[in-house]
Design a protein around this ligand. Structure first.
Ligand code: THU
Length: 527
């Protein structure tokens, strides 16, 4: 039962992206910044290979890293939580979510006032605690709503619980959500209720977020459709407006998030457990608290072995981030940074994938690992990191061996194939050319025909490799005729291993290689 645990260390960037200046960021590297603190601890994350990631040479590298690692560049034009997580889930956003450093435009406010029948106070970026201090009394006297924003894409409505009952406040938020569309599609509308008397107002725990829906299908939607579990921990459920989530737990901070993730390891499910650890960003990044951030990182570093030691054979752990928030740079806002991607599991090879373009590669990889057809905007790197099973290994070795029997005096292009039967037997084949050219036959057909002529009808997998003069350079995908022959004997989901080397391959299904195929089904009586 395959499970992926995807943990977002919120804002743990690892260095400015090439276009950081466009976002007002320069010389930012969240991880590097906190690595200078006395509170920093780099032990299990070092063992994973975080110091081996591109651009992290200020950290000690692991001689034998335990995880596959990569540095990921953000393809979306943004540096906020929502867009970062959407990209991790496979959706690239062309423009950032709108922010309002000068408050919301008059037409938005007018529409909101008309729809709610209440006036608006403030309408500026403001601190949440200050805004109720400064406008709370007037709000209580007049019933006008306190609307404010921040550096993030948020429309926040503060109201006293005795003046505006909670349900009514939530209703106003839904109204705002309907108004804030198109170019004003803010990431979140947030209800910020408070209680108390002037001079001693306090916010209550009844805060509620009304998030923008992701603009297209995400990994979460696809997994839910496939009947898999999508377990959201922390603010993940809000970020996706609940879409594609089958189960969720809200958490209060990193410590609880890590405890819930650990607990999820004991649960029986197939699918994704998607965790956000928000303290890095909320408590330390924005507040420019380098030591606090470093201590939170140390807590995670210390916790990690307790998690990895409990992982089962088919579990995959991916640790990443959604943007940066360098606590030592010139502003309190997020920073446009690369993020780390650390993939650990018993069947994951510890390779360094270098720098890749797109957080969305994570979604493509998770989807492929969990057997979903979802691609999103990214490219899967699964075939680069996954250790082959014993069967896959044996089959690839057989195909490689068969290639050396190739009879190809005319093209010089040697091809080997091997097909595994359901009963566990392997049949090998090579390409066999002919002076008259047209009677030549491909390696895949040789292997399949050999097996069929021995009475075999049920197959489990096929591997193929080829190249000039017995050397593999890139893939050797089956030709159209061979695809048709494979399809004759093999169902839609039948795996074909397109070998990159003797031991590595890209795994495709026959229906991916031959969509809308003509098969024995088409000739059956009831068609
Ligand atoms: N070949 C195969 O064996 N399998 C394929 O699917 C593609 C092509 C062989 C046929 C020929 O001998 C040589 O590669 C060059 O086309």
């Amino acid at each position: 039962m395959k499970r992926v645990f995807l943990i977002v260390m919120d804002s743990l960037g690892i260095g400015e992206e090439p276009d950081a200046a466009l976002f007002g960021d320069r010389d930012c590297n969240t991880l590097k910044r906190i690595s200078g603190s006395d509170k920093f601890r780099f032990s299990s994350m070092r063992d994973m290979g975080v110091g081996n990631i591109d651009g992290q040479s200020y950290l000690p590298a692991a001689k034998k890293p335990l995880a596959a690692v990569a540095r990921l560049r953000e393809r979306s034009m943004g540096k906020d939580t929502t867009i970062g997580h959407w990209e991790i889930a496979g959706v690239v956003s062309q423009s950032p979510l709108p922010t309002y450093p000068d408050g919301f435009p008059p037409e938005v406010i007018a529409e909101f006032e008309e729809a709610t029948g209440r006036k608006v106070l403030c309408n500026k970026p403001y601190s949440g605690t200050e805004v109720i201090k400064d406008y709370g009394e007037e709000h209580m006297k007049t019933g006008a709503l306190i609307v404010y924003t921040s550096a993030d894409s948020v429309f926040q409505i503060a109201a006293h619980e005795d003046v505006v009952p909670l349900e009514q406040l939530y209703g106003y938020c839904r109204t705002a959500r309907k108004i804030l569309k198109g170019k004003h599609a803010v990431g979140r509308v947030i209800a910020r209720p408070f209680i108390g008397e002037p001079g001693s107002f306090t916010r209550t725990a009844n805060r509620h977020d009304f998030s923008l829906l992701p603009p297209k299908e995400t990994l979460l939607d696809a997994l839910e459709k496939d009947g898999k579990t999508v377990y959201a921990v922390g603010k993940i459920n809000d970020i996706f407006a609940g879409r594609g989530v089958t189960k969720h737990v809200m958490t209060h901070g990193n410590t609880e998030g890590m405890a819930v993730a650990l607990g999820a390891l004991d649960e029986e499910f197939e699918g994704l457990c998607f965790v956000n650890l928000v303290d890095f960003d909320m408590l330390y990044g924005h507040r420019q608290d380098v030591d606090g951030y470093a201590a939170a990182f140390a807590e995670f570093d210390n916790w990690l072995p307790s998690f990895t030691s409990k992982m089962k054979a088919d579990d995959m752990l991916i640790i990443t981030a959604d943007h940066g928030c360098d606590p030592g740079d010139s502003h309190t806002d997020h920073s446009r940074e690369y993020v780390p991607c650390i993939v650990y599991g018993k069947n994951v090879k510890p390779v360094n994938l270098g720098t890749r373009s797109g957080f969305c590669d994570i979604a493509a990889t998770v989807a492929e690992y969990l057997g979903s057809g979802f691609k999103g905007d990214g490219q899967s790197f699964l075939s680069d990191i996954i250790k082959p099973t014993a069967e896959e290994k044996a089959l690839c070795e057989a195909a490689y061996e068969a290639m050396h029997s190739s009879y190809s005096p005319y093209s010089g292009f040697t091809v080997g194939a091997a097909v595994l039967t359901k009963s566990g037997k392997i049949y090998k084949g090579c390409n066999i050319e002919n002076a008259a050219y047209s009677p030549s036959v491909c390696a895949e057909r040789t292997a399949v025909f050999k097996a069929v002529s021995e009475g075999e009808r049920e197959f489990a997998m096929l591997a193929v490799c080829g190249g000039k003069g017995g050397k593999l350079k890139g893939l050797c995908p089956p030709c159209g005729v061979c695809r048709q022959v494979i399809r004759e004997f093999c169902p839609d989901g039948f795996p074909v291993l397109l070998m990159k080397s003797k031991t590595t391959f890209v795994k495709k299904t026959i229906s991916e290689l031959l969509p809308y195929s003509f098969s024995p089904d088409n000739l059956s009586e009831d068609k």
